[in-house]
Design a protein around this ligand. Structure first.
Ligand code: 6PG
Length: 251
């Protein structure tokens, strides 16, 4: 497991920014654009702020960067809970990226319709550019950024929810009982087709679940986050000391 422990959230976010930058710049001019599925929640805010600031804000070739969303809450884009709004406020509004490079999930629509529309959009965008895994037909993101919930969820793939079992669809509406709300989420087959997947995990609240993920303590019934296993891509865990606190614990 490629697990990298940093002093704090700033430290792990700086490494995530460098990974983003290097992948974005690696693309040849004539190559397809750099495609990223962004994580929601609060942890990645620091990363997005760093990407919008010097040196990255001016060095990243934003015209060649295509920003997608890993998941979305079923709310209007201006709603305080909207992942799109969080990304717009922390990153998009602060860098010179063309509006057509931002591909939001339409959380304001009826969930099943929003999921189907985003799925069709992904198929078209990635299909037209030949960015599809021949074996599975899944779109191949250059980078997928993920967070981790203290219940082991990632994206909006919560334990015991229907979207977890999805093997064919790319995007699913998902009713989350514990939140009593609908979400939109990429499915595991899409995440596991990506070239690079990076988890960003910060804080004491994640220490127990991270330890169980690292030690495989859940065995046959892994957490949703434990089912992120890129078929051919890289999986990197960027965590801070607080989240890693139990990893160093003597047995
Ligand atoms: C979301 C995220 C979700 C998040 C985890 C961790 O839309 O909320 O996609 O999966 O990454 O809940 O959230 P924090 O970073 O706020 O702890």
């Amino acid at each position: 497991m490629d697990l990298r422990i940093h002093k704090d959230l700033e430290g792990l976010s700086l490494e995530a920014a460098q990974i983003f930058f290097e992948l974005a710049c690696k693309k040849e001019k004539s190559a397809p654009p750099f495609t990223v599925a962004l994580s929601g929640g609060s942890t990645p805010r620091t990363l997005y702020r760093i990407l919008a600031s010097e040196p990255y804000g001016k060095k990243i070739p934003w015209g060649d960067v295509q920003l997608f969303f890993g998941d979305e809450r079923c709310v209007e884009p201006k709603h305080p809970d909207s992942n799109y709004r969080m990304v717009f406020d922390t990153l998009v509004s602060r860098v010179d990226i063309p509006g057509e490079n931002i591909h939001r999930m339409e959380g304001e629509l009826e969930p099943a319709s929003a999921a189907a529309r985003y799925e069709e959009y992904l198929k078209k965008f990635f299909g037209e550019r030949g960015l599809v895994d021949e074996a599975t037909g899944m779109p191949v993101f250059d980078l997928v950024l993920l967070g981790l919930g203290d219940d082991g969820h990632t994206l909006s793939l919560f334990p015991g929810t229907r979207a977890l079992a999805e093997e064919k669809r790319l995007v699913k509406e998902n009713f989350v009982e514990s939140l009593l709300s609908w979400r939109l989420t990429l499915t595991l087959p899409v995440v596991n087709a990506a070239s690079t997947v990076v988890f960003l995990v910060s804080g004491e609240a994640k220490a127990k679940v991270l330890k169980e993920l690292v030690t495989g303590a859940r065995g046959s019934a892994p957490y949703p986050a434990g089912r992120v296993r890129p078929v051919t891509g890289r999986l990197i865990w960027l965590v801070d000391k607080e989240a890693a606190r139990l990893l160093c614990e003597r047995k």
